[in-house]
Design a protein around this ligand. Structure first.
Ligand code: HEM
Length: 357
């Protein structure tokens, strides 16, 4: 019976050649746990889509209902607190996992020729991800999100040429209100997920065209037997184990520290001291450094520095022309990466500890 069903579909869909194309991708050097981060990103994105759609059944994106419906989800809906908390934790997890994905790709030299386009597409996904977590932060419409949005829109406004128009469009008027909320909701729940899904598809397509970079060992040193190992079942099993571990961590995190809302957004409470989420705190911390004060300082710290960092990241495969992949033979690239990572972690920890507040 099973064979009959399989044959029926195989004749119509060509299952045998489809599964060969999808699963029989050789991984030079064989499967490894260090390659799990890319597929973990896909897993987390799926989790965000599932929890996000579940939330949409109860959430209402109007200024009179957003805060109330978020509280309703947290307090009244069966397991609503778990779904919302998983969604919030899932966003943080995506930022953390993408960090490790970039780090792995960098250390393994997997951005080098012919994988430049895979890297550039990855940076595009990174930008989308940042917009995704930022726009989602506003939706509960509490004081935290309202004032965080105020600061972000002020910064956006300072971006030359497009900033003013973009900030005005997102705000939907002179003040933050009805239109800002529905525009952030549309961007967060419809536009960005669609673009991110298409972008991730292109990222994977580009990656499969050139094949995975695989082992860090110099080409030729990998044994024949190792060279012949395929994406399925070795890598798929490792990817699934890591996804399972992530899910358990997220459920424990969401249960111990569930999402919460503070007081409802109100423009009157101007003494509210806003704090961004941990993944944006490094920018906040740059703005606290003594030389980034005042109108020009804020522009340089909040716009020019992040834009330069982003520009540099995009150009990495074109600046680094060293054909070597092993980290020991790429001391300059490794040192620059270490400086970036230490800088980012230091600023984040300083921000979380409230240094300079
Ligand atoms: C939403 C974000 C992202 C998703 C869903 C994603 C997904 C994936 C997946 C599934 C793979 C193949 C498996 C692997 O090697 O891990 C991959 C590979 C790759 N990704 Fe990403 N990625 C994302 C962001 C990024 C970013 C931000 C970068 C770099 C700036 C990047 C650069 C690469 C490169 C160069 C490869 C090829 C690695 C190799 O051949 O070994 N990706 N990505």
């Amino acid at each position: 019976m099973r064979e009959m069903v399989y044959n029926w579909f195989d004749r119509r869909l060509g299952l045998a050649s489809l599964s060969k194309t999808l699963l029989d991708e050789p991984i030079p050097g064989g499967p490894s746990f260090v390659y799990v981060f890319g597929s973990a990103m896909l897993f987390l994105f799926t989790l965000q889509v599932v929890t996000g759609f579940s939330l949409m059944f109860f959430y209402s994106p109007g200024v009179d209902h957003a805060w109330e419906s978020t509280r309703y989800i947290l307090e009244e809906v069966n397991y609503g607190w778990l779904i919302l908390s998983l969604h919030a934790w899932g966003g943080s997890a995506m930022v953390m996992v993408v960090f490790f994905h970039i780090l792995q790709v960098f250390i393994w030299g997997a951005y080098k020729t012919p994988r430049e386009l895979v890297w550039v597409m990855g940076i595009f996904l990174l930008i989308l991800l940042n917009f995704m977590v930022f726009t989602g932060y506003l939706l509960p419409w509490d004081q935290r999100s309202y004032f965080a949005m105020g600061i972000a829109l002020e910064l956006l406004d300072k971006v030359p040429i497009i900033g003013d128009g973009l900030a005005r469009f997102l705000k939907g008027g002179a003040t933050r209100g009805v239109l800002s909320l529905s525009r952030f909701f549309t961007v967060h729940a419809m536009l960005l997920p669609a673009v991110l899904a298409i972008g991730a598809g292109i990222h994977l397509f580009l990656m499969r065209r050139v094949g995975p970079a695989g082992s860090i060992k110099a080409a030729g040193k990998v044994s024949e037997e190792e060279n012949e190992t395929f994406f399925y079942p070795g890598q798929v099993t490792k990817d699934m184990i890591f996804a399972g571990i992530l899910l358990v961590i997220l459920i424990i995190g969401a249960s111990l520290y569930p999402a919460e809302v503070v007081e409802k957004a109100s423009a009157e409470a101007s003494d509210y001291n806003p704090r961004p989420e941990w993944y944006f705190i490094w920018i906040f911390q740059i703005l606290r450094l003594p030389f980034f004060t005042g109108e020009i300082g804020e522009f340089i710290g909040g716009i020019v520095v992040p834009a330069l960092l982003l520009g540099f990241l995009i150009l990495v495969p074109f600046i680094d022309r060293n054909p070597e992949r092993h980290p020991r033979r790429r001391m300059v690239a490794m040192s620059i990466m270490a400086l970036f990572v230490i800088g980012f972690i230091t600023l984040t920890v300083m921000g979380l500890l409230g240094v300079g507040e």
